[in-house]
Design a protein around this ligand. Structure first.
Ligand code: NAP
Length: 275
């Protein structure tokens, strides 16, 4: 029988590394630590080995379609698909970063929304019956949504928003930010926040599609917030350790066989949150 397999993006440090660590301890199957940089990824695999934990490395830069395609081919060939996919990789400019907002918007959306969407586009067909997909989003996305115009809020929260419409909205945000007009356009003044608003909304759209197109496969797909976690991204003042930040993503990845929910939700502290 083919082994079960879990794949984590951005696994070389921070919350991603902690997710890999927890899966090594709790998941009955092969756990893949993926990272865009081979050296950093292999170092992380070695550090887990020194804790007595076995994980396998695969290069995966979510900003590269070639890299995504090679990974897809690997998991298809070796496992016939994937059982768990955790889209954890993400970026954020620091608050004090002088990079113009226009650039921050383009670069942040590129990784957190468009590249994560590319991952989902290419990996979703591989997700096996009973599979679990977890997108690591953020409460910052929920807060950003509440700062958008009522018209935008209505679209992001609607049950009938399509993936194409969402992609168009995210492109519009980048374009308007590029012209310094995003506030007039009704957007929140945060590139990271808007990228995560998009990711949470995309998760809801894809979950609805799964329910419609693969109703008997029992796949559960959710977005989550790990909380405020001490990592290179969030800094040393955050209250949670990376291992604590991994708890909700890992809970969603290991929802027991036969569970019907949560699905298509935004989850924090293992609880479904309003959207
Ligand atoms: P982190 O320590 O900065 O780690 C980010 C990880 O993502 C790194 O492994 C990084 O790889 C990887 N990454 C970035 N771009 C990538 C790409 N194109 N392809 C593959 N991997 C890429 O941040 P973190 O705090 O652990 O964040 C993990 C996730 O949690 C992110 O999605 C973040 O938005 C979310 N989050 C974090 C917090 C928090 O308080 N920390 C709160 C809410 C949500 P490199 O090492 O190569 O750069």
């Amino acid at each position: 029988m083919v082994a079960k397999v879990a794949v984590v993006t951005g696994g070389n440090k921070g919350i991603g590394l902690a997710i890999v660590r927890a899966l090594c301890k709790q998941f009955q199957g092969d756990v893949y630590l993926t990272a865009r940089d081979v050296g950093r990824g292999q170092e992380a695999v070695a550090s887990l080995a020194s804790e007595g934990l076995k994980t396998t490395f695969h290069q995966l830069d979510i900003n590269s379609l070639d890299s995504i395609s090679s990974a897809v081919a690997h998991f298809k060939d070796k496992y016939g698909g994937v059982d768990i996919l955790i889209n954890n990789a993400g970026i954020a400019f620091k608050g004090a970063d002088p990079t113009p907002f226009a650039v921050q918007a383009e670069v942040t959306l590129k990784t957190n929304f468009f590249a994560t969407r590319d991952m989902l586009t290419h990996f979703m067909p591989l997700v096996k019956p009973g599979g679990r997909v977890v997108n690591v989003s953020s409460f910052v996305g929920s807060h950003a949504l509440s700062q958008c115009s009522p018209a935008l809020q209505q679209r992001f929260r609607s049950e009938d928003i399509t993936e194409d419409e969402l992609v168009g909205l995210m492109q519009r945000f980048v374009e308007e930010a590029g012209k310094g007009q995003h506030k007039e356009g009704g957007w929140a003044d945060t590139a990271y926040g808007m990228s995560k608003t998009g990711l949470t909304t995309l998760s809801m759209i894809l979950a609805r599609r799964l329910s419609k197109e693969r109703p008997n496969d029992g796949i559960l797909l959710n977005a989550c917030c790990p909380g405020w976690v001490r990592t290179d991204m969030a800094g040393p003042k955050a209250p949670k350790s990376p291992d604590e930040g991994a708890e909700t993503p890992v809970y969603l990845a290991l929802l027991p066989a036969g569970a019907a929910e949560p699905h298509g939700k935004f989850v924090s502290e293992k609880e479904v949150q309003p959207w």
